[in-house]
Ligand binder design. Structure first.
Ligand SMILES: Nc1ncnc2c1ncn2[C@@H]1O[C@H](COP(=O)(O)OP(=O)(O)OP(=O)(O)O)[C@@H](O)[C@H]1O
Ligand SMILES: [Mg+2]
Length: 255
């Protein structure tokens, strides 16, 4: 299947860092796929996301994006916007103006209807993340890129957010690239997981990754039980969209 984004042999060095932040990373994502990148703090997850979006210079390799690809991006840090006095309605019209109907529909879709008149600063953490998602959905993206979208949420909030992501994917066919630290939930909600630590340590279906020695070494005690949890939740239907997504270096088909 044609990739939306395909990266080959990507390395990134920052000016004031001795070692490359990313070394020879291959990555791809196809339509309607949910791929989650996990890894320790400083392992290059946000840098990879920014490299895929073309926001940082590459030391080696190349990134191919499908022509005219529509991306809804929520960066890891949006606190500056949050500190400004601004209603949710106005926030949704930045940077691109949208109609009242579009704004309301997006809020409805992400489970926070009727918040238009509320100040951004008055939202709870969970409401704010949903408003960010609503804004990212406004240009009818083919790919959502969410860098730690569940930061600050409690466990039920995290589970609800991932459920919402899966619903949106099922309805719209949008592909989702996420960075996350929520291992247990990631393992339930992703088609494919990429473990990053400057390079790709392991990747594959949640089942494959959670059994991989590199994953277990990276996350230690935290990783315990993720395989059991994955199997428990996938004994039933599911995986209908996942099948056949994670095969092969799909770059050859992009432009
Ligand atoms: N603009 C920059 N200039 C210099 N170094 C940078 C820059 N951006 C990131 N780095 C460094 O690159 C490394 C990877 O950072 P990155 O933000 O990609 O990690 P991360 O995996 O997203 O971490 P976290 O889980 O904390 O968000 C870090 O050592 C960071 O200090
Ligand atoms: Mg980061």
């Amino acid at each position: 299947m044609t990739s939306l984004i395909c990266a080959t042999d990507v390395s990134v060095s920052h000016a004031d860092a001795d070692l490359p932040v990313l070394s020879h990373v291959d990555f791809h994502i196809v339509p309607a796929e949910i791929v989650t990148v996990v890894g320790p703090n400083g392992s290059g997850k946000s840098t990879l996301v920014r490299a895929l979006l073309g926001h940082v210079a590459l030391a080696t390799g190349r990134v191919q994006r499908a022509p005219a690809l529509r991306i809804g991006y929520v960066p890891q840090r949006v606190h500056i916007e949050r500190a400004m006095p601004m209603t949710v309605r106005r926030f949704l019209s930045l940077p691109r103006r949208v109609s009242d109907a579009q704004a309301s529909a997006a809020l409805e879709r992400t489970g926070v209807p009727g918040l238009e008149g509320r100040q951004i600063t008055a939202l709870s953490g969970g409401q704010f993340q949903r408003v960010l998602l609503a804004r990212a959905l406004l240009n009818d993206p083919q790919l959502l890129v969410l860098d730690e979208p569940t930061q600050g949420l409690d466990q039920p909030g995290i589970v609800a957010f991932y459920k919402l992501i899966e619903e949106v994917r099922a309805e719209t066919g949008v592909a989702v690239l996420m960075v996350s630290h929520d291992l247990l939930v990631v393992m339930r909600a992703s088609d494919r997981v990429v473990c990053l630590n400057g390079h790709v340590c392991c990747e594959g279906t949640p089942q494959v990754v959670s059994a991989a020695p590199a994953y277990r070494a990276m996350f230690g005690a935290e990783s315990q039980g993720t395989l059991a949890l994955y199997q428990h939740h996938h004994d039933h239907d599911h995986d209908h969209v996942a099948e056949g997504h994670s095969h092969g270096p799909a770059c050859a088909h992009t432009h």
